[in-house]
Design a protein around this ligand. Structure first.
Ligand code: NDP
Ligand code: GDR
Length: 340
């Protein structure tokens, strides 16, 4: 039985990846942060009593800021595959917390790479790199496009990209970068723009809220569906040679387009409900990200099927259902972005 270690297992991608690997028969180990409240809602449905002899999902407390813990964990688990998905992943927040973002999203990756090296474990390593690394480089972007990050988050991801590549070359590690464009789902964090929009559409439709406050509606993004993207991560680690790949749909939509589709699906006119708030602008914006994933299709046979308009409808439906599900503890939170 193959063993995988996932950092960021409580996040959107970590939860889908854990599902995928369990379905493929893996033993899955997840790194979770100790928190004063439970932070495992995305993976609670996967919980298995560790006393059960057939249990294949195990969670371990740890943090990417704690290098010694990473060494002991990696050496005791002895994984075949490591997926480094943990990060402070919100671009706007990275302007408020640049040092913390650098420590987690940047240095955290080399701590984990060092842990693998020091533990002497022969495993394959996946680094969650991002289209944010392209930043100001004009679209379409692919594996050869120049990096020009426009945020502390993007810069930290560029660092992680290069140390992953360096460990591949320096220590002959099977270490790969998946350069993923935006991917979303009903499990998307509530402060990212797509989920903020689909939650708002459901709540306005239900008469709970009237307005949503937003920033730049002209930004162009290439939004795909998260479950398809975690399949791409796995395929990168099954390839014959370690290499770096872009995953994207190639679609191009503005935030306004996504708003219009989502609100229309909820039977609403977005223009009556959206107001501008400059706090959601970024000091430097990434205007347009549109990916070219031809290499992933050719080498890995990976091809996405869900495009942004369908994604918006899937997410609105899920938020409407969640709202109709009595007793769900998170439904009463108003649509907010971040607390400041
Ligand atoms: P999320 O924000 O949903 O999840 C982030 C995960 O990282 C959570 O499990 C979080 O734990 C964990 N985490 C944060 N800080 C630490 C830390 N210091 N130590 C250990 N764990 C930590 O992100 P996504 O699932 O959307 O994305 C997964 C990865 O892919 C991230 O690295 C992101 O930057 C990257 N990425 C995402 C894209 C996207 O469109 N979704 C596109 C390209 C790259 P907790 O639950 O406790 O907060
Ligand atoms: P992004 O995602 O920055 O692309 O990073 P986000 O959904 O936060 O923003 C997308 C675009 O929407 C604009 N925008 C708003 N964004 C938010 N969050 N809230 C608003 O009210 C709002 N109004 C307009 C933004 O300015 C931006 O242009 C995501 C994260 O998942 C990263 O971790 C990942 O690396 C990249 O995608 C690829």
């Amino acid at each position: 039985m193959k063993k995988a270690l996932i950092t960021g297992i409580t996040g959107q991608d970590g939860s889908y990846l854990a599902e995928l690997l369990l379905a493929k028969g893996y033993e899955v180990h997840g790194l979770i942060r100790r928190s004063s409240t439970f932070n495992t809602s995305r993976i609670d449905h996967l919980y298995q009593d560790p006393h059960d002899p057939d249990a294949r999902l195990f969670l371990h407390f740890g943090d990417l800021s704690d290098g010694a813990r990473l060494v002991t964990l990696v050496s005791s688990i002895d994984p075949d595959e490591v997926y480094n998905l943990a990060a402070q992943s919100h671009v706007r927040v990275s302007f408020d917390e640049p040092e913390h973002t650098g420590d987690t999203t940047g240095i955290g990756s080399i701590r984990l790479l060092e842990a693998v090296r020091l533990a002497g474990v022969k495993c394959r390593f996946y680094q969650a790199s991002s289209s944010e690394m392209f930043g100001a480089s004009p679209p379409p972007q692919n594996e050869d496009t120049l990096f020009y990050p426009r945020s502390p988050y993007g810069a930290a991801k560029v660092y992680s990209y290069w140390v992953t590549k360096n460990y591949r070359e320096a220590y002959e590690m099977f270490a790969v970068n998946g350069i993923l464009f935006n991917h979303e789902s009903p499990r998307r964090g509530e402060t990212f723009v797509t989920r903020k929009i689909t939650r708002a559409a459901a709540r306005i439709r239900a008469g709970i809220e009237t307005y949503i406050y937003m920033g730049n509606l002209d930004a162009v993004r290439d939004w795909g569906y998260a479950p398809e993207y975690v399949e791409g991560m796995w395929r990168m680690l099954q390839a014959e040679q370690p290499d770096d790949y872009v995953l994207a749909t190639g679609g191009s939509h503005t935030v306004k387009d996504f708003l219009a589709t989502a609100f229309e699906h909820a039977g609403l006119d977005w223009e009556k409900h959206v107001r501008f708030d400059e706090r959601y602008l970024r000091p430097t914006e990434v205007d347009a990200l549109i990916g070219d994933a031809a290499k992933a299709e050719e080498v890995l046979g990976w091809k996405p099927t869900v495009m942004a308009p369908d994604l918006a409808r899937i997410m609105v439906e899920a938020d409407i259902s969640a709202l109709e599900c009595e007793g769900t503890p998170w439904i009463d939170r108003p649509v907010l972005d971040y607390w400041e």
